[in-house]
Ligand binder design. Sequence first.
Ligand code: ATP
Ligand code: MG
Length: 155
Amino acid sequence: QRTEYIAFIDQIVDRFEINIRSGLSIERDLPNKRYYVWMDSDKITQVIDNIISNAMKYSPEGGQIKVKVEVQKHHIVTKVTDEGVGIPDEKIDKIFDRFYRVDKARTRQLGGTGLGLAIAKEIIEAHDGTIRAESRENQGTTISFRLPLMRKKRG
Ligand code: ATP
Ligand code: MG
């Protein structure tokens, strides 16, 4: 469906804020204009839910999570940054693999299957987009994905 992307993101973040763990906060940095994306909004919701849940799961007490949307010429980029445990360089490419979890001991108690980001990657690629991760151990992680913008209607 044709989806107004900024309102869509706002609504997802609203939903997370309702039940946020005490001490955590979510900051938004969203453009003040409307942008349209042709997408399966249930599937993209699933992607963002997993990315924000991960950010919350791996954040320390008092951590801040930032959700930023940036517009490029033909794409819209969504970035979720946390101040959590981070991911070691040599493991960062693996986090999009099925069932991969960075630290078995650490993540076992936090729950999950290691499928979230693998599914996210499939969904984003099915939308002709890309997804990537940047991280510094013990400083935080940014997961960002890029989706094609719909061309503005003329007249
Ligand atoms: P699931 O999403 O299936 O419940 P999961 O969260 O463990 O389980 P993924 O979302 O695929 O699985 O993430 C894969 C692994 O990448 C995680 O287990 C974790 O080790 C690492 N990871 C993902 N996001 C972050 C993050 N924001 N900070 C630190 N590590 C992360
Ligand atoms: Mg996950």
